[in-house]
Design a binder for this molecule. Sequence first.
Ligand SMILES: N[C@@H](CCC(=O)N[C@@H](CS)C(=O)NCC(=O)O)C(=O)O
Length: 286
Amino acid sequence: MSDTTGYTPPKVWTWDNESGGRFASINRPIAGSTHDKELPVGEHPFQLYSLATPNGVKVTVMFEELLELGISEAEYDAWTVNISEGEQFGSGFVAINPNSKIPALLDRSGETPVRVFESGSILVHLAEKFGHFLPKDPAARTEAFNWLFWQMGSAPFLGGGFGHFYAYAPEKFEYPINRYAMEVKRQLDVLDKHLAENDYLAGAEYSIADMAVWSWYGALVLGRLYEAAEFLSVSEYTHVLRWAKAINDRPAVKRGIRVNKVWGDEATQMRERHSADDFKSPAETA
Ligand SMILES: N[C@@H](CCC(=O)N[C@@H](CS)C(=O)NCC(=O)O)C(=O)O
């Protein structure tokens, strides 16, 4: 096999933090905090530290869905963690998530606060606590877990693989873009074939599996991720599109995707969320 890049890996890898790419300044090969910083705490039982990325949106959609059902015990304060400024490495955040990634949750509803990290774990924690969005039927419940864990295993190929090389790497390299585009299209076809026969991922019922998968693959087919909809010919996946649009129309989803959003059209941004009133326009609250 001929080497076309001119790069030969050295015997021992060393960290070159000038390697370029959009996240070069925050990515590091070591764990732990870089600075002391307490996290803010609001008045509600749940304190969420997050950002409106696909992994963050899963959880704010879940909170808004619970509130939409009238469950006031699910009230939450959502605080922004600006990952491009390294806030995920503050000591308070690392104490809640040693993996330094959003989202992270502190559940203060019981006697002792419980830390919850990994978006899938947060979704399961909330679904079990409130008894919603996880089917009661054992087979359907297992199917919801199947797709939830499918998302956890698959999305890094979409985000860390395809998204990184297609949108963020310092140069466009054909080999990784081809490799990950192929895998993402395979994943979309997996979803499309399943959704051809099922309204939602776990069957007839909307569940945490849909929230988790929608935030990545729904956003992709709706043209909101990496500006890659045309490149990946997402219009081929008609069943995924039908499902993505149906979820997009849910009022709780419309609110959830705004929480901790600090970019884009100013009218759609919401740095912090502390009550339902935060979604009202200034005219409505006046
Ligand atoms: N498996 C994790 C992934 C979380 C994750 O990758 N979060 C990203 C934002 S979408 C992050 O915080 N990145 C900051 C960093 O890598 O330093 C989850 O589902 O919670």
